[in-house]
Write a protein that binds this ligand. Structure first.
Ligand code: T4K
Length: 362
């Protein structure tokens, strides 16, 4: 047993002195927020690193989804996945839209494109899939359905910085992608997020929505709110961004090691990627039954190892806030899936130990 708990994740943090060096600029300028120089620099560097045309940095990933819905002026039904964090669905509802749940593909754990069309009604305005655990959705199939039915596409790319599709950042796809820079994500600003679009005018609109609907002259030209990221958060993002490639490579190695250690276990199965390349941001394991999962959690917890049941329960069953709609695959998977610890400072020995605890259970 370890003294310190091993959590499902730990933030990747740059050396403190590199962060402090950036903070000195904030102390010197006195600019703490309102699209200051460090926010702009973070946006520029994210565009360069990920080869994106634009990046609008915002306060968190949830507000990024809300801003995307607002910018596209959506009112009506939005087809989304129930296998997600509650934020995907609460953002839809906060923007006055209705979530319609489409079941998932049991292999990729993403929305199943083959099930989308049956859910389209005259009130459908958009599709909002999630690149679950960084695994890219089948963006081509989704785009062709959207084109055929004249629907907008917003990707919840909260997990997906560093994931690619056809060699391009997955954040380039859809009318808008919304990502998260939360402490638990591959790249973090403690709290933070971003909206990404290819469309110049939409990009300008997103910037206005982030800042109360102000234009450059501070006139209020449309409905907006406060979605700003602070300079303190942007400084952390800039410090951490230098290490993004190392972190991605490290996750990939650790993910592959887990797979090697666990893939012969007949009681377990794993997320499959479709066409794109994941960023390996989580290591989800699907157990043969919920009972086995609960046993694994008990054994791991006894050793001070704290995995997490992402995503459980399936969001279509949150009947206090959504109308129940059946999605049997998502409900089944959500009961049997567990994310094992995976982060920069996790040692290879700990991964071997965790895999060993699981393998010796059965
Ligand atoms: N869409 C999707 C698909 C999402 O998954 C999320 C968020 C969003 C949208 C919305 O993005 P944000 O608005 O959050 O930017 C975490 C995160 O709060 C949340 O960002 C994330 N998804 C979700 C999947 O997980 P919890 O409840 O698991 O956090 P917590 O506090 O239990 O942390 C997990 C482990 O991480 C802890 O055991 C220890 C470690 N940790 C956590 C924090 C916050 C640290 O070491 N340091 C920290 O500061 O929610």
């Amino acid at each position: 047993m370890t003294d310190k708990p091993i959590f499902v994740t730990m933030p990747s943090l740059a050396p403190l002195d590199e962060y402090v060096e950036l903070l000195k600029q904030v102390w010197e300028s006195g600019i703490l927020t309102h699209n200051g120089p460090l926010v702009q620099e973070l946006e520029r560097q994210l565009c360069n690193t990920l080869n994106l045309p634009h990046f609008v940095a915002v306060a968190n990933g949830t507000i990024a989804i809300q801003m995307a819905i607002k910018a596209l002026q959506l009112k009506g039904e939005i087809i989304t996945t129930p296998f997600t964090w509650i934020a995907t669905v609460s953002a839809i509802q906060w923007e006055g839209c209705i979530p319609v749940f489409c079941d998932i593909d049991p292999q990729t754990l993403n929305i199943d494109p083959a099930k989308i069309e049956a859910l389209i009604t005259p009130d459908t305005v958009a599709i909002l899939p999630v690149h679950v655990f960084g695994n890219p959705c089948d963006v081509e199939a989704i785009e062709s359905i959207a084109k055929k039915h004249n629907l907008k596409v917003i990707y919840d790319a909260a997990h997906a910085i560093g994931s690619t599709y056809n060699g391009r950042s997955i954040l380039e796809y859809g009318d808008i992608s919304a990502t998260s820079l939360h402490a638990t994500k591959i790249l973090n600003t403690a709290e933070g997020g971003g909206c990404i679009t290819q469309d110049e005018q939409l990009n300008e609109k997103l910037k206005r929505i982030r800042f109360f609907g102000h234009n450059d002259q501070k006139d209020v030209v449309e409905e907006g709110f406060n979605g700003k990221l602070t300079e303190i958060h942007a400084a952390l993002g800039l410090a951490n961004l230098k290490y993004l490639h190392n972190i991605l490579a490290d996750r990939r190695e650790k993910y592959i090691l887990y797979l090697e250690l666990l893939s012969n276990n007949p009681k377990l199965s794993f997320q499959h990627s479709s066409k794109g390349e994941t960023n390996y941001s989580y290591f989800p394991v699907i157990f043969e039954s919920e009972n086995l999962l609960l046993k694994a959690v008990e054994q791991l917890n006894a050793q001070n190892i704290i995995p997490r049941r992402y995503f459980y329960p399936s969001v279509n069953t949150y009947t206090k806030i959504v109308e129940y709609q059946p999605c049997p695959i998502s409900v089944d998977i959500s009961r049997r899936i567990l994310c094992l610890p995976l982060y920069w400072s996790l040692s290879v020995d700990d991964i071997r130990r965790i895999a060993n605890i699981i393998n010796t259970l059965f």
